[in-house]
Design a binder for this molecule. Structure first.
Ligand code: OSB
Ligand code: MG
Length: 386
């Protein structure tokens, strides 16, 4: 084990010095947006995006965040219900105007886990503060403006021809890489068919935890296809067995579900459990923890990229802002708005430029304008907390 990763310092974010504003209004809004096509992993298929939004208002300025928890526990154990509970009963009571964001995160440390709930609150505060200051969120976080690499994640399909059609459709846009969901019975042959059709494509696979260590010989067959990585092949909470599997594969492994915070990342690096980390800011507790994980990985020479949770334009905008950080060397799962939704709740939508890059939206805060009339139209429930 490489103990150095337990001691490797990570820099503090300048955003930790920002102060919590006085909040006149706090709303939790549940929206439901139909997907253009259902999105399936090895675990579950989602036909709609049901998301919990947090709207904070301070002296006429509004900050937004989107929680990545689903109404179900089929990606992670947090759900929209647990987020509402932890937010109202624990996180909000510890929030005091004037305290720094760093002090708030410290205050929250007795709350074990619940990174999705914490990310929702931190992110809405950071968006609000950046908008108050009239600057972009990445600037508040001390990051340069940059153009962002694109990638698309294709869900489990019904057949190999359907998968080839989905890849062909994705390739009609200039994505920098394509990720294919795999599961037992839809793996070697399926990836092989795509690789045969696209020999040069930057291709990777995501199993969402569908395999066990005894499947190592089967997973080793994927080594033939020059995948840039295999994401979360083993259990959603495992690190140690991934380390054993990585020793048996040439293809780099990437961890997603298993990494909840900086400490998990330290453990994964110390055990050499993966060569890549998928950082979802909404899973690891927010933008500031994401930047700490990215900094640690950068020191370890481990590539990171920004995952996605099929977010509406609010969550997607946070993912774009995060990728201004230097460690995000690989294309992530940020794809065009139009492949998820026929209508989104923010403007402008995410669109690829001719070279496949995504331009960072230029506005203050997360850079996009939330269209409240559309939010209202897709609202299932609105709870005025204050
Ligand atoms: O494992 O990365 C995942 C979507 C929902 C739940 C889990 C995952 C995903 C994706 C889609 O892969 C990423 C995106 O397009 O936002
Ligand atoms: Mg994943």
């Amino acid at each position: 084990m490489d103990h150095q990763y337990f001691h490797c310092p990570v820099p503090a974010s300048p955003a930790a010095q920002a102060r919590v504003p006085v909040l006149q209004k706090i709303d939790l809004i549940t929206v439901s947006l139909p997907f253009v096509k259902p999105f399936a992993t090895s675990v579950h298929s989602w036909a709609v995006k049901e998301a919990l939004l947090l709207r904070l208002e301070s002296e006429g300025v509004v900050g937004w965040a989107e929680c990545v928890a689903d109404p179900d526990p089929f990606y992670a154990s947090e759900t929209t219900h647990t987020v509402r509970h932890v937010f109202k009963d624990f996180l909000l009571p510890m929030l005091t105007p004037g305290q720094t964001i760093g002090a708030l995160l410290q205050r929250w440390s007795p709350v074990r886990g619940h990174g999705m709930a914490k990310a929702m609150v931190e992110n809405a505060l950071l968006d609000l503060i950046a908008r108050q200051q009239g600057r972009s969120l990445h600037e508040l976080l001390g990051l340069p403006t940059r153009r962002i690499q694109s990638g698309i994640s294709l869900g489990i399909q019904d057949s190999i021809p359907a998968l080839l059609d989905a890849v062909a459709e994705a390739m009609s846009r200039p994505y920098h890489r394509v990720k294919l969901k795999i599961m037992q019975g839809k793996d070697v042959e399926w990836i092989g068919a795509v690789r045969a059709a696209y020999p040069q494509l930057a291709l990777m696979a995501d199993a969402n935890g569908d395999y066990r260590l005894e499947h190592a010989p089967l997973l080793r067959e994927l080594d033939a296809f020059q995948l840039t990585m295999i994401e979360q092949p083993l259990s959603y909470s495992d690190i140690v067995q991934h380390a054993a599997l990585q020793r048996e594969l040439r293809t780099p492994l990437c961890l997603d579900e298993s990494i909840h915070d900086l400490d998990d990342a330290r453990s994964a690096l110390a055990l050499h459990a993966c060569r890549v980390v998928n950082i979802k800011q909404g899973r690891v507790g927010g933008m500031i923890e994401s930047l700490r994980i990215a900094a640690l990985c950068q020191r370890a020479g481990i590539d990171v990229w920004s995952g996605g949770m099929d977010e509406t334009g609010i969550g997607r905008a946070f993912n774009l802002q995060l990728q201004a950080a230097p460690g995000f060397t690989l294309p992530g799962d940020t794809s065009e708005t139009a492949r998820y939704f026929s209508e989104d709740i923010v403007d402008p939508p995410v669109v690829l430029a001719d070279d496949g890059f995504i331009d960072m939206p230029g506005g203050a805060g997360i850079g996009v304008a939330v269209q409240e009339d559309r939010v209202d139209r897709y609202t299932l429930q609105r709870e005025h907390i204050r």
